[in-house]
Write a protein that binds this ligand. Structure first.
Ligand code: HEM
Length: 407
């Protein structure tokens, strides 16, 4: 079982590892009211605006203007060399963009670098589970989050999922690095660029006839939508680890939460919508994530592409059945059936029987001298190889799109 998990599940898991970030929320009519109290947020209080109707006004106005005045190709080219958190911005950037980025790159006043360091340590020790869960729980879940699936499908990146995943995987990779938000790290830059991309999508998708026909909303990627996706990542991963009885000291789970809280802030979410504790995160997810999950034609298509990517990665005919079985195991029969994932006579019972004992055994193994470093090394190499492969050897640049899906 260990062989199976390492060679297949993790390799493919790493590939899809940051996919949870592929989108958010439900059909407008089906969405429950937002009643989660800001008292449970990192801000501790809030103005009370419903985040389903809050977007990112400053970034949205700026990027709409960049698109309208034809500045985006020049800006993308200039920002390509801006990669490190502490790096000065290229001198030739338009002044309004420069002012925005200088503000957007500031970490929140409540950032705790001790917790971020602990979060890295947690990721280092738990990389195998995180890789599997980001891919098989968060990534596949994103395909049954209707608004996310439609936004991803009809936006520019929807036509080239491999490239799209490589870019999203960059965020998943950067958040797990030891210096993510440190001066020499890259996560701040990744978040700010993503914020700009999301702003562009808000401007562009409403011009897509296909998106307009499919999506019952006027402007995509509200702050509530971002939190839905956040829960499909952070909250779902923590819930699964708990369900699998992986022992996690409270300092670790707090630290992991903190790295995602900082990430939400850096993606432009107001502090009043960011849960202050796992308990509050669970409550928010119960309200905004679980009730909205449902299949869409776009989501089914995306899921099919994602399950096929595994075989592209390792050339194995077993990849698709294995990924399908993992999806069924992690997300349950209803979601697997929605996605028309066939039942697997070998892998389904295997996972049911062996996955939990494998975890239990691995937990014992973790305490053997040197074993956790070995696991980390293995996972790290795989994650990097996968990123290189997905980007076809090219550096991964998150760039502002200028058009919607071309076909
Ligand atoms: C782009 C992460 C929420 C839809 C991106 C990118 C990243 C990312 C890293 C850049 C990759 C690229 O340019 O292809 C995240 C994270 C989220 C989040 C971490 C929440 C925690 C959402 C939501 C939606 C969404 C809620 C839609 C409802 C998109 C779309 C693109 C994008 C459509 C651009 C695709 C393209 O045109 O190529 N996101 N995202 N994201 N995201 Fe998000």
């Amino acid at each position: 079982m260990e062989e199976l998990s390492r060679r297949d599940a993790l390799r493919i898991g790493g590939a899809l590892g940051a996919l949870g970030a592929l989108g958010a929320a439900s059909s407008a009519q089906a969405r429950p009211l937002w009643t989660w109290s800001a008292q449970g947020s990192v801000a501790g209080a809030g103005a009370g605006a419903d985040p389903r109707w809050v977007w990112d006004p400053e970034a949205d106005e700026l990027v709409a203007s960049l698109l309208d005045r034809g500045d985006v190709p020049r800006v993308n080219a200039l920002l390509r060399s801006w990669t490190r958190n502490d790096q000065p911005l290229p001198g030739e950037l338009p002044a309004d963009l420069r002012d925005f980025v200088e503000r957007a790159r500031q970490l929140p006043p409540w950032v705790d670098h001790g917790k971020l360091a602990r979060s890295f340590d947690f990721t280092r020790r738990r990389g195998l589970y995180l890789g599997v869960l980001y891919a098989m729980a968060s990534g596949m879940m994103s395909t049954v989050i209707p608004k996310e699936a439609r936004a991803v499908y009809y936006s520019y990146g929807g036509a080239n999922m491999k490239d799209r995943i490589a870019k999203t995987a960059k965020l998943g990779y950067d958040i797990g690095t030891h210096n993510a938000y440190a001066p020499d790290g890259e996560m701040t830059v990744t978040c700010v660029k993503t914020r700009l991309v999301h702003a562009a999508v808000r401007h562009l998708l409403p011009q897509s006839p296909q998106w307009n026909q499919a999506a019952p909303e006027d402007i995509p990627i509200s702050q509530a939508d971002i939190m839905v996706t956040w829960h499909s990542l952070a909250t779902t991963v923590m819930q699964k680890l708990t369900e699998w009885e992986v022992p996690i000291p409270v300092e670790d789970s707090d630290a992991y939460l903190h790295s995602w809280q900082v990430t939400a802030h850096m993606l432009g979410v107001s502090d009043e919508y960011i849960p202050a504790s796992w308990n509050e995160a669970d409550k928010q997810a119960e309200q905004v994530l679980h009730p909205i999950l449902e299949p869409t034609p776009e989501g089914k298509d995306l899921a099919d592409i994602l399950l096929g990517l595994g075989a592209e990665l390792d050339g194995s005919v077993l990849s698709r059945p294995l990924l399908g079985a993992f999806t069924r195991y992690v997300l349950g029969d209803q979601i697997a059936d929605w996605l028309e994932i066939p039942r697997e006579p070998v892998f389904d019972p295997m996972l049911q029987t062996f996955w939990r004992p494998f975890i239990a055994a691995r937990e014992v193994g973790l305490h053997f001298p040197g074993s956790d470093e070995t696991y980390w090394l293995f996972e790290e190499v795989l994650r990097k190889v996968v990123l290189v492969y997905l980007s076809e050897g090219q550096p991964i640049n998150i760039e502002i799109p200028q058009v919607n899906r071309p076909s």
